[in-house]
Design a protein around this ligand. Structure first.
Ligand code: 9Z3
Length: 316
């Protein structure tokens, strides 16, 4: 059996540059949590998309973790319909709640300039090219006008790590009403700033050999120190199904958080296993459900928000 995930190492600020706007974002997230907590709402912090690890300080090349952001973006919609307020910490330009439904559509092909209305700024939308747009727009505008969705962007691993820490601190005031839903695909490896070449690596120097350090496991301080009373869910991604559950259990045993959602890359949109200390629940999309365009995130979010209710009730 492979060993469990290594423990956290080093201090975040020493190893990863602190983004200039982190304090500002932290206070916006804190105000969001306090406002919704006071209104009796739960708040979920969703991470979504892959982190980028630069190979050069003036970055031309970088290592990316695969994630389209679909899991995070669709989950955000389902959490909103379950009554949660959502902080959506996502990779810049990855899929976004509601607009994700229209990726691949060229917006300009859906609009016609109304010659009668020309000069008023009005255009006509061809609704056949944007399925369910009226319904989706209504839902999006309701969420927006109620201030229920707070988007925060990251691009690099450093930004992700610092913003996640800031989010954990920001949500600490609402205790068990906070959920962390860590669906982002986070790099396990990085090159420390001190070892990174400043300029573009030259191919004229021959084949490239890089040595990367292990990324400190952020889940450890998150669960233990930054958000000890929150409901924390991590995701475990594997490509080899035979090691998936063992790796998920390993993560749960190491970090002692509430659940791991285990998935395999190729089947992630049709099958996941929610692993907790004393249960293992398979969530499956049937062919019939897939045809009706049911999404597995609907099932994941229902399962976890129910577990979150029980978690909150145990605490009071
Ligand atoms: C996941 O496992 C997500 O479900 C996916 C979603 C990234 C597969 P998409 O965005 O895909 O819908 O295209 N996220 C966690 C991935 C990850 O890096 N997990 C680490 C690990 O497996 C733990 S933090 O070791």
């Amino acid at each position: 059996m492979a060993s469990c995930d290594p423990a956290a190492a080093g201090s975040l600020s020493e190893e990863f540059a602190v983004p200039a706007h982190v304090e500002e974002v932290r206070s916006v997230m804190e105000a969001f949590a306090v406002q919704h907590g006071a209104a009796g709402r739960r708040v979920v912090l969703i991470t979504s998309g892959g982190t980028k690890v630069p190979l050069e300080s003036r970055t031309v090349r970088f290592l990316d973790n695969f994630s389209s952001g679909r899991r995070g973006a669709s989950s955000a919609e389902y959490f909103l319909s379950q009554g949660y307020a959502v902080i959506f910490l996502h990779r810049q330009r990855s899929l976004y709640p509601y607009t994700r439904l229209y990726t691949g559509v060229n917006l300009l092909d859906c609009l016609t300039l109304d010659t009668v209305q020309e000069g008023t700024g009005l255009v006509t939308v061809d609704q056949t090219k944007l399925p369910n747009i009226t319904e989706v727009l209504k839902r999006y505008q309701a969420v927006k006008s109620a201030g229920l969705l707070l988007p925060v962007e990251f691009s690099t691993l450093s930004e992700y790590l610092h913003l996640l820490k800031a989010a954990a601190q920001a949500l600490s005031s609402i205790g068990s009403k906070a959920m962390f839903y860590l669906a982002a695909a986070v790099s396990d490896f990085y090159i420390p700033a001190s070892e990174m070449p400043e300029h573009k690596i030259q191919s004229s120097n021959g084949p490239l050999q890089i040595s990367m350090k292990m990324v400190p496991k952020i889940l450890k301080p998150l669960v233990k120190d930054w958000a000890p009373t929150a409901f924390v869910i991590s995701f475990k991604l594997e490509t080899d199904p035979s090691i998936l559950l063992e790796r998920a259990r390993c993560a749960l045993d190491t970090y002692k958080h509430q659940a791991v959602v285990a998935n395999v890359l190729d089947t992630r949109h049709g099958y996941v296993v929610v692993v907790t200390e004393d249960s293992q629940t398979e969530l499956v999309l049937t062919d019939e459900e897939a045809q009706r365009e049911v999404e597995i995130e609907d099932k994941i979010v229902r399962n976890l928000s129910h577990a979150h209710t029980q978690f909150i009730n145990q605490k009071v």
